[in-house]
Design a protein around this ligand. Sequence first.
Ligand code: DC
Length: 222
Amino acid sequence: MVVAIDGPAASGKSSTAQWVAERLGYLHIDSGSLYRALTAAALRGNAPPEDWSPERLLRDAPRVTLGAEKHAFHALIDGQRVEEEIRGGDVTANVSLVAKMQAVRSWVNASVREAARWHDVVVDGRDMGTAVFPDAPLKVFLVADPWERARRRLVQRLGRRPTDDEVAAETDVLVQRDAKDAMQTLQAADAVLLDTTYLTQEEQVERIVALAHAVSHRASST
Ligand code: DC
């Protein structure tokens, strides 16, 4: 079983996908973490991002793996967890460049498919329901108003209520990131569109879990 969750940056995909995986007893795969880990591995080298080519980036690919732990796969570099490094500003600033390279996309897609061969999974990203798992029985495309996405991200980062000026500045950053990733962010024709602007995270998770139960029920009764 594959549950594919796609959507733009800060739409809550990864945290929702993680939670849905726990509820269903599946494993979560965050495909973006592989693009991020490859970017982090390249940043550890000497070449500036202007000189990165797909060949150069993919030279580091054997060092980047997915390791399963409880309900999730984690991106590893040389077998080590690198969560903080791959979420940092340097990686975030350069990862779109890496994610645009078709040879890199093919490598990420193959890694995600390989992990999903042996487990029921909830995968999240930009193109899971289109390029990677076009036959997934459940596809969800998460959207939310940019202002609300920015507000949620700041609450998480700052641990307090952000000011309107802070939210406005973060909205600007998010809208620019959306534009950079637009070509890769694709809604499948058969995806359920879930606008989470006015939903709590619990409500989002409940809806996706209910959809997954409905799909499994339909599959077992045909
Ligand atoms: O979701 P995220 O911010 O961790 O994604 C990191 C980058 O990877 C971002 O530029 C979008 C890109 N990405 C992609 O192109 N396709 C995916 N399936 C997942 C992420």
